[in-house]
Structures are given as structure tokens and as C-alpha cells.
Design a protein around this ligand. Sequence first.
Ligand SMILES: Cc1ncc(COP(=O)(O)O)c(C=O)c1O
Length: 438
Amino acid sequence: MTIQFTTNDLESQWMPFTANKDFKANPRLLVKADGMYYESHEGGRILDGSAGLFCVAAGHGRKEIRDAIYAALEQLDYAPPFQMGHPLSFEAARKVARILPDHMNHVFFTNSGSESVDTALKIAMAYHYARNDKQRTRFVGRQRAYHGMNFGGLSVGGMVKNREVFGPGLPGVLHMRHTWSKDDRFVDGEPETGADKAEDLQGFVDTFGAETIACCIVEPVAGSTGCLPPPKGYLKRLREICDANGILLVFDEVITGFGRLGTPFADEKFGVKADIVTLAKALSNGTVAMGGVAVSDEVYETIISSAGPTAVEFFHGYTYSGSVPAAAACCAAMDIYEREGLFENAARLSGAFGEMVHSMKEFDVVTDIRSIGLLAGIDLAADGKPGKRGYDLLKALYANGLLIKLTGDCALLSPPLICEEKHIDEIGTILRNTLKAI
Ligand SMILES: Cc1ncc(COP(=O)(O)O)c(C=O)c1O
């Protein structure tokens, strides 16, 4: 299928996180997808090296998900989620809870990762409030973190460009140092050194008082900034400091959740349990906007039991929390993940994936490579202005038939979990040929 677009056809939509002028002059439109491949509006076959935007874990065009959404909408289009409900959202929560860490059996639905993060921060505050620990209003985030683009997530996030225009954000937020070190370049998996950076949290406790801190939020593996696996022992140390000081630990698993690391969630990969876990993306296999916040039984019981029998316990929610099509998509996606053993497939392929990615070290332009599970970041030397080389690479790869995500000059790879060795080889071939040419 070849479709011609003119700039005028594209003008009305203001695109997110996009160089609008350049895109509209030379659009990259995806018109079809199946399995591991997209088709472009010019008829090109594009291998999906990024699971869309980290979300299409079960691959494209899943009939089970499409059918489930259709069947659900045929019966019921919409039900208000406040003081009302519909069976599918409960079924979705139950299926997600089966995959979640054992101590987590409750999920609050949202519509995106950004909403999940803001909801998680509010849950942390509500937990302390319910325990009459009302001074705990500070949040601890981290440099280079990405927690979405709403004001809560932006405030605890630490990607400079994303924050630049938007002022100081929430008051009382503290940032730990990021964990990247130039001494640990080209490491496959968790770096040996850097666990001591968790002591930044202890420093905030010492300086501001534990009784002022509601939660510490981290991506177990920093994703959007370029795939930064945690140094060995780092997350354990964060957990210890949180436990010793009554601080909740929040894992933002919008990217890492649902098998990206080769385990269902990060707790199994790193042996550290969070109190709150944010979800989105693969929650619906990318088909319908959906997010969620999973909480420990202790967090749930504390908030729920703090109000009277007919009182609303948590003053928060969204019109589309657990909407009919989202819940249907979620149920079908969870069934596929379990039935097809996709998390296990990710674990099985992570060795071959890591090897392919790390073989790019041969190029002088590559300054660092990091990988874990089916997630990797390849840093490129800047070409004059930061981000220029990354953008040029994105366009060249697309022209050569590979879609990946670029953050500045870092190329991020995260193929769908259905991928096979041959797809990893194909990603490697296109990447190598393209890097040769830039
Ligand atoms: C760790 C993390 N948190 C939150 C978000 C925001 O998700 P959304 O774009 O669905 O709002 C993202 C998006 O990439 C993410 O990677």
C-alpha cells in the first residue's frame, strides 16, 4: 500500500515529542503491522526493534486482542468507574495480579504511564496520611529518570531537556545521582560498581529527616534515558534505607514490567520488592491507552481501612480508569503472555540479543553500550549539536527498514518479546550497515 501525503494533510495534528516541521516535510507513517514488522505508507517493510514504543510485547496484529476489544464493545461501550463498575476491569486486575509479585494483589487503573506515576506519588502520600504521618510529603527521584510528562512525574524525573521549560515542578522533591559511570562502559547487565550511590537517599534522610519523605521512586532499569541497569546491590541498598526510615519504595516499571527484563517484574530479576509498581505500555500490548498502579497488600489495606464503611477511601481517579476496551485488551494480553511464555522467551533470547548489541562496539562512533534482558542502549558520539547524530540515525535506520527509539544520541532497542534469533540477526545487520554509513 503506497499513500502520498502532502504537508497540508498533516498540518492539523501537533505531534508529541516530534520535530513537527521536519516530519511533515518528510513523513514517516506506519499504516499496517503484523508480528515483528510494520509497513510504511511508502510500502516499505520495517522491522520493529522497539516494540512500538516499548509497548507491543506480544507483537503486532494480535487477533485475540482485537477480537476481545470488539466483543467487549459490542456488549458494553462505557461504564462510569466512580461508584460503578463493569466486570471486565475486575477481571483485568485479577489477571494482572496473578503476574505481579506475590505481595501485590491490587491494581488501580489509569490511562498512561504518566498518570500511573502521578497516581503512585499520590498513593504514597495517602498511605502516610492514613497512618497519621502527614508530614511525609517529599518525594525522592533521580537524575536522568523518566517518569512521564505530567507534573508529578516531571518533578521526580531528571531528564534535563524535558524539565527545561516547565519551571520548578512540585516543591520538596530531591534527586539522587544517576547511576551511569564512564568507568563502567560496555557492560552487559548490572555494573559491578556504583551501589554506593544509593547512599544519596540516606543523605536526604540525614539532612531533611525521614519523617518528611513519602517515597523514593526509581525505574529499576532507567529506560528512556538510555537503558541504565542498576549497579549490583544498588536497589537492595535503597530498599534497606527505605525500610529503616518508613519510606515507600516505588518502582516505575512502565518499560520493565511484563517481561522486558526476562522476568515478569523487576523484583524477580534483582531480588528487591517495591511497595508500589507503576504499569502501562505492555499492559494492553499497546492497543488501547492504559496504565495501572500495583500496590502491596500493606499499602492497600492501610488506605482502605482508614475510611468509614461508606466513605470514599482515595480521592483520585480518571474517567477512563479501566475502560471497557482497555480492560478487554489487558485481559487478552495477559492471557497471551502466559500462554506463549513470552517472559521466558525474553530471558532465553537475552544472551543473543546482548551479544548482537555489544558487537556494535567495533564502531568508533559508539561510545558506550548497555543491555539487560531485551533492552539496550547504544550511545553515539555527538555530531556537533547534541541529538543531531541520533536523529540522523533514526531516519537512516527507518530508510533501511528498522524502527528503534532514539533519545538524544542514544539508540534504544527493545524488540517485541515474540522475537526470534533471526530477528535479532536482522536488527544487527541493519544496525551495522547503517552505522557503517553514518
Ligand atoms: C519509566 C516510564 N514511566 C512513565 C512513562 C510515561 O508513560 P506514558 O508515555 O504512557 O505517559 C514512560 C514512558 O516511556 C516510562 O518509560
